[in-house]
Write a protein that binds this ligand. Structure first.
Ligand code: ADP
Ligand code: MG
Length: 559
């Protein structure tokens, strides 16, 4: 009775929902495993794709981990961390997004029995951190440099990295074709860091093989007015004027208030408007440019004016395309047509308007600074081309990475097996329970070859045994899953290469994420966010009971 008389102490706002303790860690781990399970089947060259359709009716088919994670719209707070690491892997290195999620989830899964048995998460975290660092160190040691090769050699090496990335994608069937295209595109932009210098244009229709690379800029014909068809559509060595102004007859009287005393003066205002536009057009023509592009509209008057003077014009060019034309042709975007000097005009060897499928394209090739490339992608369905674009993006990123720090490691699970072996060996030298944790970390790394086998329909246990044996023998460091035969093969000799940064970043991010999730033992959900989610009923029910539950640890009961 006495205890009932005591006033209840409420620390948190009424209705706050908290769950804490060991069970909370386990529940977070379960959520992460569930997320990884949906992604699992997409790994590797025999991975499946996911079709995701949203409530707006949009359909996306993808094999890319980051894209799938983003579209899954995960609400679980802990599992969201996995979405973040997939995203960061995507922006950091561009590939290995499925890998990073699978690794993180596997690290957690291996930790789960220990957490359940009452091991303090911090013991696990400490061991995981050490193991993670050792793994990264080992990857760096095992990585092979492709530095100091001739351009031709380098090209073929880079193409192999690109092909490995592409082999797991929808366009994997044409990986050599696209790999060399990607390498050419990346080499064309040189050391420039701006990724958007490589444009990817999608034109539905045709087959994949009809895709082509333009050494320069290409963009879809913009909206045009009457008179456009009279303009010439091909130029050799033209000068190019880039503008950020409107070339349209404007009703100036709508922007300003003008008071007239005599109706006859009205005509003078109309004349002034015409003079303004003609003056602008005249200056454009005088600049000597044969091609005039503007980010804003070029109206019918201007179009006809230019057509009469054998000049080509295009208005409403997107900012991105205009910047790429500027970078490629050496021109500068002007915001006024006064005093257009020769230096701000760009130039290229050939300009042409070309028919590609159902679309017409403006193509600038043979550009002097040459710092751009455009890949025109063809293919059947829209979803297909979109996925192809995402795949090419991965490949482009990989080639750029490989160019920058040119070390590669064997793929197909070979490097993962080798690190796993190394960590197991190291674990044996550790006294104390940390040995188990490092061993678990090592075991978790095997998820990559195991999943590659599973996805290809091979007997994973069998293949993994062979791999373990080979790696333990000390001579098979490069052996990974042979995706063609279901056995094991030297990934290096088979040119299944991945840039070392992909692995380093993946292990790093996965270790961080798993440690982060292990270190969370309480989730607090305040009543506001609950009701914001339309969960009003639950909020009202919780009331005082909610606060009590908090202390008792709802999570505990769940066990
Ligand atoms: P991620 O999103 O992590 O890049 P992928 O679906 O692209 O996932 O699969 C990448 C994995 O597939 C890597 O571990 C890579 O080594 C492996 N892989 C790619 N090509 C081959 C191949 N031809 N044979 C065996 N493994 C391959
Ligand atoms: Mg990949």
């Amino acid at each position: 009775m006495a205890s009932m008389m005591q006033p209840q102490i409420l620390v948190l706002k009424e209705g706050t929902d908290t769950s804490q303790g060991r069970a909370q860690v386990v529940s977070n781990i379960n959520a992460c495993t569930a997320v990884a399970d949906t992604l699992r089947t997409t790994l590797g060259p025999r991975g499946m794709d996911k079709l995701i359709h949203d409530d707006k009716g949009g359909v996306t088919i993808s094999n890319d981990g980051a894209t799938i994670m983003r579209l899954l719209d995960i609400v679980h707070p802990a599992a969201k961390i996995l979405v973040d690491i997939a995203g960061s892997q995507d922006s950091e290195v561009g590939d290995g997004t499925t890998t990073v999620v699978l690794l993180a989830a596997e690290f957690l899964k291996e930790a789960k029995p220990y957490v359940e048995d009452g091991v303090h998460p911090h013991s696990l975290i400490r061991s995981y951190r050490t193991a993670g660092n050792m793994a990264i160190q080992r990857v760096k040691e095992l990585a092979v440099s492709i530095e100091g090769k001739s351009l031709e050699e380098k090209k073929s090496l880079l193409a192999k990295c690109a092909a490995t990335t592409l082999s797991s994608k929808l366009i994997g069937g044409e990986k050599e074709f696209f790999a060399s295209m990607v390498v050419d595109a990346v080499l064309a932009i040189g050391n420039d860091d701006r990724l958007n210098l490589i444009g990817i244009k999608k034109v539905p229709g045709g087959t994949m093989r009809d895709s082509f690379l333009v050494n320069g800029v290409a963009f879809k014909k913009t909206f045009s007015y009457a008179g456009f068809e009279q303009q010439p559509k091909k130029f050799l060595n033209p000068k190019i004027l880039l503008l950020n102004i409107e070339l349209e007859l404007k009703s100036e009287k709508e922007n300003a208030e003008i008071r007239l005393s005599d109706p006859l003066q009205y005509q003078s205002i109309v004349d002034a408007e015409w003079n303004i536009i003609y003056d602008k057009l005249d200056k454009c023509v005088k600049s000597g440019a044969k091609i005039i592009l503007s980010r804003l509209a070029i109206g019918d008057l201007a179009t006809q004016y230019f057509a009469d003077r054998d000049i080509f014009c295009a208005g409403r060019v997107t900012e991105e395309d205009l910047q790429r034309v500027a970078a490629a042709t050496g021109g500068m975007v002007q915001t006024s047509v006064n005093n257009v000097i020769d230096e701000v005009l760009g130039s290229c060897e050939v300009f042409e308007e070309k028919q590609v499928g159902n679309e017409r394209f403006n193509i600038f090739s043979g550009c002097p600074s040459g710092q751009t490339a455009t890949i025109v992608l063809r293919g059947g369905a829209d979803q297909f081309i979109e996925e192809a674009e995402r795949s090419l993006h991965d490949a482009i990123m990989i080639v750029r990475r490989a160019l920058k720090n040119s070390t590669v490691v064997p793929g197909g699970g070979a490097i993962d097996m080798e690190i796993s072996k190394y960590l197991r060996q190291h674990a044996r030298t550790i006294a104390g329970k940390s040995q188990f944790f490092v061993n678990s970390f090592a075991k978790a790394l095997e998820v990559i070859p195991r999943q590659l086998c599973d996805n290809a329909g091979f007997d994973a246990t069998d293949v993994l045994n062979k791999l373990r044996q080979k790696h333990a023998s000390g001579e098979g460091a490069n052996y990974g899953v042979d995706i063609n035969t279901g056995g094991i093969a030297d990934s290096f000799a088979n040119f299944v290469w991945e840039p070392a940064v992909v692995k380093i970043n993946a292990i790093n991010a996965a270790t961080e994420a798993s440690c982060l999730i292990l270190s969370v033992d309480e989730t607090v959900k305040n009543p506001k966010s609950e009701s914001a989610q339309g969960d009003a009923a639950a909020g009202a029910m919780a009331g005082r009971g909610g606060a009590m539950r908090g202390r008792g640890g709802r999570g505990m009961r769940r066990r």
